[in-house]
Ligand binder design. Structure first.
Ligand code: GDP
Ligand code: MN
Length: 486
């Protein structure tokens, strides 16, 4: 595979050996903290024709923000760093995930979503009529797991309890091991049938996920007998209890594999058979939906030996959403970082970081170099922002607004390479955007290189605005140093 590294003034050079390139990057690019660096392929791309641009972007995002991208399926960070990146995979709610699974024939714990305690009671009544379940569980719908531990999953034995519990959960700020200390506000609950009813045998909770193993370049099914709320602990202290089954893309998931998994889970008889069906349907759903990850914890064996999904964490690959408009409509932007939502509306590729120098750049490779010079100049990048190939007044303005919404920003560095887009156009865009926004409280350094760079510099220098211009990267770095020292 090839990896592109940005060189001063617009030349991409392809380096054939990933490891050599990685070593080079980590040694020469101070903005990259690459103790655990690895290259991750974009999802569902065959290994051969990949754009070098995409790979640099991938690298950059992984390395620049390890926490952000490492927040995915908690026990298995090393496999899924990129899968978990919010800009590359869409997270949906449990009730939506279950609806998708069900449409592929995966048996799920049935439920009805509710926005108010009254709706929750109606839902519980309907579940009783349709399924005969008189007990229900009330489950907070937020984009984070560990809800049970945070008090977001509660059993209700009658309608009064349904109303009371739903009333408590809806509107609460739910804190779980995955939300961070600020928690997430609950807007909806899923009222679900109680599936832990007593019967001929014990209930049993398993863990199962389907995901892409990037090191192997294959989908895998990961599973464990130790399902339930403590899988993170299992992965940490007894990783040998987690099994992996690799799927050969040439032939897909095979019958012997579903039987092997059911056997390893200790099942027999009806439950064994049902588990093989469950796994086959689950894998089919994963494949057909272009998902980047499914995590079902727990998969439950009921007391009457049925296998079903009690929980469903479904992540769909962003890059494939155009093929699934019905899933794309499931996006709940309330659950996402508001600045990143704003950026994606303007088609900007934005990742927030923790530094003090905002940057606006065209192209991921140049963005990487820009973050380096900010570091060299003694600053810390406040963000990664790629405005793409068509920087104009509109995109520049959207970029300014997004960068300025971060109170840590003390200076903004705009670094645009004018190839197809002419530098004087971009300069005019900067000036127009500046005038339109009004008073921008931080100094702006603009470095334009390429077609009509000199005209662009003249435009900026004569604009009368508090904008510093530079043509060379070195000059831009010096300006950054100067304004940070002010
Ligand atoms: P999470 O904590 O966010 O992963 O939410 P889950 O959907 O996995 O639910 C958490 C826990 O609630 C499960 O591990 C079960 O132990 C429990 N639970 C879920 N559904 C039921 C149910 O129908 N009946 C009972 N008694 N417990 C349930
Ligand atoms: Mn769960």
């Amino acid at each position: 595979m090839a990896i592109a590294i940005w060189y001063e003034d617009g030349v991409y050079k392809l380096i054939e050996y990933t490891l050599r390139a990685l070593k080079y990057i980590t040694e020469t690019h101070p903005s990259i903290l690459a103790t655990r660096a690895s290259i991750h392929y974009p999802l569902h791309c065959p290994p051969a024709p990949r754009s070098s641009h995409l790979i640099v972007k991938t690298l950059l995002i992984i390395l620049a923000k390890p926490n952000k991208v490492g927040c995915g399926p908690l026990p298995f960070k090393q496999n899924c760093r990129f899968t978990a990146n919010s800009s590359k995979s869409m997270n949906i709610h449990e009730y939506q995930g279950k609806a998708i699974l069900k449409s592929f024939g995966v048996r799920v714990q049935e439920g009805i979503v509710a926005d108010t305690p009254e709706e929750a009671v109606t839902a519980a009544q309907k579940l009783k009529e349709d399924l005969g379940s008189s007990w229900v569980v009330i489950k907070a719908q937020i984009h984070a797991g560990g809800r049970g531990k945070g008090g977001g999953v509660k059993l209700a034995k009658n309608h009064d309890q349904v109303k009371e519990i739903a009333g408590n959960i809806i509107g609460m700020q739910l804190v779980t091991p995955q939300t961070g200390p600020e928690g997430k506000k609950v807007k909806k609950v899923l009222v679900a049938q109680d599936v832990y009813y007593p019967g001929e045998s014990e209930t049993k909770e398993f863990y199962m996920s389907v995901l892409l193993d990037r090191a192997k370049g294959r989908n895998i099914i990961m599973y464990s007998t130790e399902g339930g709320m403590d899988i993170e602990e299992v992965a940490h202290s007894t990783p040998e209890l987690i099994f992996k089954e690799e799927i050969d893309p040439k032939v897909g998931l095979q019958g012997f594999q579903t039987r092997k998994i059911a056997f390893n889970l200790g099942l027999s008889g009806e439950a064994f058979k049902d588990m093989t069906k469950f796994i086959a349907a689950l894998y089919k759903a994963y494949d057909a939906t272009d998902s980047s990850q499914f995590e079902i914890n727990p998969v439950l064996k009921t007391s009457d030996n049925k296998i079903l999904a009690v929980d469903a964490k479904v992540n769909i690959d962003d890059n494939a959403l155009y093929r699934h408009p019905d899933y794309a409509a499931m996006r709940d932007t309330d659950e996402e970082d508001p600045t990143e939502v704003e950026a994606s509306k303007s088609n900007l590729n934005y990742v927030k970081l923790d530094g003090n120098v905002g940057c606006m750049v065209n192209g991921a490779g140049l963005a990487m170099a820009t973050m380096d010079i900010i570091k060299i100049a003694g600053g810390e990048p406040a963000n990664f922002l790629d405005v793409g190939g068509t920087a104009n007044a509109e995109t520049v303005k959207a970029g300014f607004n997004i960068i300025l919404s971060d109170p840590n920003v003390k200076a903004i560095l705009i670094n645009i390479f004018g190839g197809i887009v002419r530098c004087d156009r971009v300069a005019q865009g900067v000036i127009d955007a500046y005038k339109e926004i009004g008073n921008i409280p931080v100094p702006i350094i603009v470095r334009l290189q390429g077609t009509n760079a000199a005209e662009a510099k003249a435009l900026i220098d004569n604009s009368g605005l508090k904008v510093y211009s530079a043509i060379l990267l070195k000059e831009a770095a010096e300006r950054v140093k100067e304004v940070l020292a002010l």
